[in-house]
Design a protein around this ligand. Structure first.
Ligand code: AVJ
Length: 305
């Protein structure tokens, strides 16, 4: 029974329009489904970002001073990070931060095997909150790493808050930020509504999780998945739409749905180089350089204090 999940869900589903936070997508099954998404033909983001890292890993990791620490927010399986760590011989520590404790600790063990000379200091945490940096890396020169365009899953205010928090880390030297670029709507919608329905299962899994962890009684079959481009906010909105009028019980709290009423579960914001510069500037960072993939679909920025 997860009280934080239950309270968050009741608050979000009592609001109008109804919402659930995307951070709850990443249970064991959700993390697995997300790994499958990264391999879909339509989901260009991971391949494009990996391409940038393959070309520029040495350059990026050299931005971390010798003896420093790389701090990754929302590390998941740390697959992309390995491209950086493979190119790094001068780092003292790698700090993967993730909300999924089991996944994080398994990843940490795997990394210890791969990089015996690197200190691996996993931190279970919600990266949308200020981090309690672990003692072993407290004074290290630090560079943040936030790949995957996860910055785009945060609203403008939360994105600014995250960047501002990182800006206050003791001895912070830089921040490596992956972000997705605005492009044609067809390509964007396809990336979030794939032909095989993996994304639909990934988003729908949040209801399965609510049933398991809070005793809710959602019928996942009674919600259909929808991905839409929101041109004003330059983001993809991901929703679960109730296919009929229904009432769901969340541990005693009854939530009524009209037919066609939706739950907003996730948004994925896309940037132009200018909108990204404005965001980081408002959080106290300077945009030092921006690297893009060959297809100009995705970008990695290096920020300095
Ligand atoms: C968490 C940013 C990597 O928004 O592209 C993918 C999450 N959601 N498909 C994204 C996601 C649905 C993903 N990132």
């Amino acid at each position: 029974m997860s009280t934080e999940l239950l309270e968050d869900a009741i608050a979000g589903l009592s609001a109008s329009p109804k919402t659930l936070s995307p951070k709850w997508l990443y249970d064991e099954r959700g993390s697995e489904l997300f790994e499958q998404i990264t391999e879909l033909p339509e989901y260009y983001l991971t391949r494009a970002e990996t391409g940038i890292l393959e070309v520029h890993a040495g350059k990026l990791v050299d931005l971390v001073p010798a003896g420093g620490a790389l701090i990754e927010l929302g590390s998941g399986a740390s697959v992309k990070t390995r491209l950086l760590l493979d190119a790094a011989t001068h780092l003292d520590a790698y700090v993967p931060v993730d909300i999924s404790a089991d996944f994080l600790h398994r990843t940490a063990d795997d990394l210890r095997g791969r990089y015996p000379d690197l200190r691996i200091v996993p931190l279970v945490g919600d990266f949308s909150q200020p981090l309690d940096l672990p003692q072993p890396v407290m004074d290290h020169p630090k560079v943040g790493f936030f790949p995957g365009s996860t910055i785009g899953n945060l609203g403008p205010r939360a994105a600014r808050a995250l960047l501002r928090n990182a800006r206050t880390w003791r001895n912070v030297q830089g921040f490596i930020l992956g972000f997705d670029l605005v492009k044609n709507q067809r390509e964007l919608v396809a990336a979030y509504d794939d032909a095989r329905g993996v994304t639909a299962r990934f988003i729908g899994n949040i209801l399965v999780r609510l049933n398991r962890e809070t005793g809710a009684n959602f019928d996942p079959e009674a919600f259909s998945y929808e991905a839409r481009w929101n041109a004003e906010a330059t983001r993809i909105d991901m929703r679960l739409v109730s296919t009929r009028q229904q009432v769901v019980d969340l541990a005693g709290t009854r939530i009524a749905f009209e037919a066609g009423e939706s739950i907003h579960v996730s948004a994925s914001r896309k940037f132009t180089p200018d909108s990204l510069a404005a965001l980081v500037g408002s959080a106290g960072w300077k945009l030092d350089r921006t690297l893009t993939d060959a297809g100009n679909r995705f970008a990695i920025a290096f920020l300095t204090p």
